[in-house]
Design a protein around this ligand. Structure first.
Ligand code: FAD
Length: 368
């Protein structure tokens, strides 16, 4: 029922704008409005804080169905979960009440600030600094590649509080867009997900009350990694959705397109490609749903499954979208058809929330 509801909403209110959002590289405001009106913009927020209380699998289904028509728009529910999960996992009751309510109501989105210009895969090498000053912390530094930066009201920021301790000297904070000293860089010009703003975030002597720290001092990096165990599954969901959109489109096209006097769908070479695409997609889906169940149960092998689902589903999405372009021939290579956009959008799922090389490092360290 949830899938049918989201699919209907996505097709009616999000899909019609997907090509323009990509072409104009503009924020998908129509999608935000439609998702917020239907209470689907941050479905993971627990009911006790005014949210819809969707479990990990339901959240996956929402993201999957939005990504099927517009990958950029699927970053709205996905990054709202990524940005706020540190508060849900490790924040004080006061922080949860203060920030999850407005997020659930649609009064402010959340972003997640881990990466820096010189600290990507090696995130613990970050330089952003937080220094204690009485009842306040003062933040200075630069975060890079921050999804929804400038649009979001709230930012979970990882910063060094003790430079002698590397990852154990990192703490997490909630910073608000309106805090003095917060500013944003120009939007990045990207290959895909062009409707999702990606910008640098600058902290210039940003002074925030000490109770904005998420969890204990020195636990920020652990919280950031624990968050990714859960949210990599949402990137897998995004990959599934993009791949499903491409497969659905290609399936229809091959029945219409005629060459050699018959629909190209009649050629076994084409049928085998579609069969492989559907097989790989279903395998990725089962792995992703299984990881989502583990996220809900907090199973001990969640770290492996989160990384495996993200890595497998994103590699599969890249293959399927590339094959979809192939199935449309020259037409697939143009912006007159959506599979070209889907192929460009799929690429990011192999890169963010840890590249697929990093996922393989994580899997190798956590073999089941
Ligand atoms: C559109 C977009 C949105 C993003 N959104 C966010 C966000 O909201 N918040 C956030 O914090 N970050 C975000 N990121 C950052 C993203 O997570 C990083 O780009 C990613 O983790 C890789 O870091 P890097 O770009 O510095 O690449 P690098 O770490 O420099 O990696 C370069 C290459 O080296 C490989 N590599 C690195 N180390 C190893 C190793 N040990 N073994 C084998 N290969 C290795 C990588 O896999 C990659 O192929 C976003 C990025 C993009 C492009």
């Amino acid at each position: 029922m949830l899938r049918e509801t989201v699919r209907a909403l996505a097709e009616a209110k999000i899909a019609p704008h997907a090509a323009a959002v990509d072409e104009e590289a503009r924020f998908p405001q129509e999608a935000l409005d439609a998702l917020t009106a239907a209470d689907l913009h941050a479905v993971h927020v627990p009911e006790e804080y005014g949210g819809a209380g969707a479990d990990a699998l339901a959240t996956v289904i929402v993201i999957e169905e939005v990504a099927r028509v517009c990958a950029s728009s699927s970053l709205i529910p996905a990054v709202n979960k990524l940005g706020s999960l540190p508060v849900i996992l490790s924040g004080s009751e006061d922080l949860k009440k203060k920030y999850l309510g407005p997020l659930a109501k649609g009064d402010g989105m959340f972003s997640y600030c881990l990466s820096e210009p010189d600290a990507g895969s090696d995130a613990a090498g970050m330089k952003t600094r937080a220094v204690r000053d009485g009842d306040f912390w003062v933040l200075n530094g630069v975060k890079r590649w921050i999804t929804n930066a400038g649009v979001s009201e709230y930012y979970t920021v990882m910063a060094v509080t003790d430079p002698t301790k590397r990852s154990k000297g990192i703490s997490a904070f909630v910073v608000e867009k309106s805090d003095e000293g917060v500013s944003f860089g120009a939007p990045e010009k990207k290959l895909g997900i062009k409707g999702s703003p990606t910008r640098e975030v600058y902290f210039d002597n940003v002074r925030i009350p000490a109770d904005r720290m998420i969890g204990e001092e020195g636990t920020g990096f652990a919280t950031a990694m624990k968050t990714l165990d859960h949210t990599r599954i949402t990137i897998a969901a995004q990959a599934l959705g993009i791949a499903q959109g491409a497969l659905d489109y290609a399936k229809g096209y091959v029945q219409e397109r005629k060459q050699f006097g018959k629909p190209i769908a009649d050629f076994q070479g084409i049928q085998f490609m579609l069969a492989d695409m559907a097989m790989k997609l279903e395998a990725a889906r089962q792995l992703t749903y299984s990881a989502a169940a583990k996220s809900e149960r907090l199973d001990g092998d969640l770290t492996f499954f989160g990384a495996a689902a993200k890595c497998f589903a994103s590699d599969v999405a890249m293959e399927i979208t590339t094959d979809a372009v192939q199935l449309l021939g020259g037409y697939g290579y143009t912006r007159d058809y959506p599979v070209e956009r889907m192929m460009r959008d799929a690429k990011i799922t192999q890169i963010y929330e840890g590249t697929n090389q990093v996922q393989r490092i994580v899997m190798a360290r956590n073999l089941p």
